[in-house]
Design a binder for this molecule. Sequence first.
Ligand code: MLT
Length: 399
Amino acid sequence: MITINENYLKLEQNYLFSKIGKKVEEFQLKYPSKNLIKLGIGDITRPIPRTILEAIHKAIDEQSSISGLKGYGPEQGYGFLRKVIVKNEYSKFDIQEDEIFISDGAKCDTGNIVEIFSKENVVGIMNPVYPVYEDTNKMSGKENIVYLIANENNEFKPDIPKEKIDIIYLCFPNNPTGTVLNRQELTMWVEYAIKNKCIILFDAAYEAFIEGDEIPHSIYEIDGAKQVAIEFKSFSKTAGFTGLRCSYTVIPKQVIGYTSEGIKIQIHNLWKRRQSTKFNGTPYIIQRAAEAVYTEQGQKEIKENIEYYKENAKIIREGLINKGYKVIGGKHAPYIWVKVPKKYTSWDFFDILLEKYGIIGTPGVGFGEYGEGYFRLTAFGSRQDTIEAIKKIDEQEKV
Ligand code: MLT
């Protein structure tokens, strides 16, 4: 008789965005002519920049010759991509090329990394939170989860825990609340991690939305972070790769974990070992596309798209504030976290906006119980849809 991994039974029945997708599909079957405004899942809508497309075409054409053909690539990524990542993002922190692991998505890496840590670890996860961190810990049977509560009292930035935690997930700019940590706040987390021999898994997927240099763009800007932090970065929202799939994980060799006997082990080596067995690399064509992001023209083009989304965030943020809503995020971040009118739960608000106006957002409670009473909108829609949605949300309140 086949027995299953019963940890899966501890999960919500459906992944948040699958549940929303199903509701929307049912709605569309019922009202096929209704126009939908999609501000739910953070998926890009601007076309892929020309320089990136040219790199893809070129890499495809290379495959037509024996000399240009690429089969299996290095599991940790091609040297040409790791090199430009280090040069453009990490040389100032003295991160080496072999400390960069190319992958096919920060979602996969933040999810897969749980395997290299033992079940006994105490894991600190924000609430509300991007559901992947919690789901994947539960899937792997980790039961010691401490919720780092983010709510109005702490401006949706969790307090430094009083208890001892071994692994801490931080995502800043935050998904779902759009909050950011300043240098002093991030320093407190790094100091906590050093003091408690803990690892910080720092999801920096939305770093490109930070304006100026006051807010740290990388956790390695903080002294000591190279001993305790792993950073996850993605081309998805930065350069339009949600469909192309490319990301990377930075694991400095100083980051260590311990065996049950207290022997020090490099986390870098464990992850390398895991990826070599389980991952065959991001496609060459896609890695060439990611390389093109770092050309002068590539940077110009991706920045135009980021500015477009930032302007959407501003329109949502200021539009709703002007209408009297309490709004968090939307500055240095593509997510806007809105307090729903008291009479509704966040799923009520979702249903009303969908059924009345065809607007799709994400109910806060989908990110954890402390998300109840809030609603997430993304800045990744088209300009027209963004403006239209704000107008309609305002009308809704006047009904
Ligand atoms: C989100 O909407 O939270 C993200 O787009 C999901 C993801 O990046 O996987």
